[in-house]
Design a protein around this ligand. Structure first.
Ligand code: EPU
Length: 337
């Protein structure tokens, strides 16, 4: 399979930002990554493009991961082990596991993107992070020219973080994840740690929810708050929720009693970036064609025709205002190419 040249990447990033790849190749089977000509090039590994800010043209080779496949790998007395190709659509995969009777990932319903990208930033929502249901993955190392397995402990999962980000392997195109194995314990109880989900189930008079009920509730909550990227281009949360020292959180809480604070196991405190951005006046506000969404201030949206520079301008303005008002630095969640 050959690369195609000068490919428009606008349809491949959910912020719909313009930019061309000097070369582009769709990868539909792991063996295609072993082609010798791929090794010596500047690469970018693209999944669903839902966590990406395209800042312009890319002079290298974009490898678009489209490896399909999903199956029950094995089952023991305690758990189901389910394997999926990196290119599978995340939401479709989650719904398929539920239909098969293998609950566990329902709280991560409707997250855009692919299976292969999920571990990289340890996607999380509504009281669950993918690392909690993760068993292992297989990736191709372009430098060593070999496939290698990575188990859960070696992923070093954190809040929107993993070894793949920490070591820069993903961003510098060093490796490409080809498949992921999930472990779903058979002992299942609904994960209802999140108030919004409880409220949604209560509104539907569901007291003992099935995994499918939880998935439906989460889809409803997300659809209410988050814009559909097909309609309003976005990348979900644009900033991480900042984690600050307890003393700083206490001082902020004293002057701003409604600030949502989430104590962390290490003693630090996670703050709600959406709240900080809203208080800084950015909810529903635009700078040129890029603004912060009117129903969830943490979501940066392309109102139409934006470029990577427009995104950077709005991002910097929001960061500056939140810093000036609260002394808190916001770091972006998506990666910049
Ligand atoms: N808030 C505001 N104003 C806003 C937005 C939020 O005051 O405009 C307040 C809310 O009232 C709430 C708090 O901030 O008290 C948290 O808001 P929310 O529950 O909507 O969640 P979040 O912290 O903004 C995080 C994840 C989302 C995930 C939700 C639900 C991050 C960066 N984001 O958002 O993940 O869906 O929790 O678990 O951790 C994503 O990463 O792309 C993403 C959508």
């Amino acid at each position: 399979m050959n690369s195609v040249h000068n490919v428009d990447l606008t349809p491949f990033n959910t912020l719909a930002l313009p930019g061309k790849a000097a070369a582009y190749r769709k990868i539909t089977a792991p063996e295609q990554l072993t082609a010798p000509e791929l090794a010596g090039q500047t690469r970018f590994i693209l999944g669903g493009g839902s966590n990406l800010v395209l800042t312009g043209d890319f002079a290298g080779l974009v490898l678009h991961m489209a490896i399909p496949g999903k199956r029950l790998l094995k089952e023991d007395s305690e758990a189901f082990y389910i394997e999926a190709g990196a290119g599978e659509n995340w939401h479709d995969f989650v719904q398929w596991t539920l239909q098969q009777g293998w609950p566990g990932l329902e709280n991560l319903s409707l997250i855009p993107g692919t299976v292969g990208a999920a571990p990289i930033q340890n996607i999380g929502a509504y009281g669950l992070e993918v690392g909690e249901c993760f068993h292992s993955l297989t990736a191709w190392d372009f430098e060593k020219q070999a496939f290698f397995p990575v188990d859960r402990d070696n992923c070093r999962f954190g809040y929107r973080d993993s070894v793949f980000k920490q070591e820069g392997w993903h961003l510098n195109g060093r490796m490409a994840i080809t498949s992921v194995i999930f472990r779903h314990p058979k002992a299942w109880t609904p994960n209802l740690r999140y108030a919004d989900v409880n409220q949604e189930l209560a509104a539907q008079n569901i007291t003992t929810p099935t995994a499918q009920d939880v998935a439906k509730a989460i889809v409803a909550v997300r659809q209410r708050k988050l814009p559909d990227p097909v309609v309003i281009p976005n990348t979900g949360s644009f900033f991480h929720n900042p984690v600050v020292e307890a003393a700083q959180a206490e001082a902020l809480k004293a002057s701003h009693p409604t600030l949502p604070c989430y104590p962390q196991p290490d003693g630090r405190v996670k703050l709600a970036a959406g709240w900080l951005i809203e208080q800084a006046g950015w909810k529903g506000k635009n700078l040129g064609p890029v603004g912060m969404y009117e129903k969830q201030a943490l979501v940066l949206v392309n109102r139409g025709g934006a470029t990577g520079d427009d995104v950077k301008r709005t991002m910097a303005a929001v960061q500056a205002d939140v810093q000036a008002r609260f002394g808190v630095a916001l770091t972006p969640e998506p990666i910049f190419l």
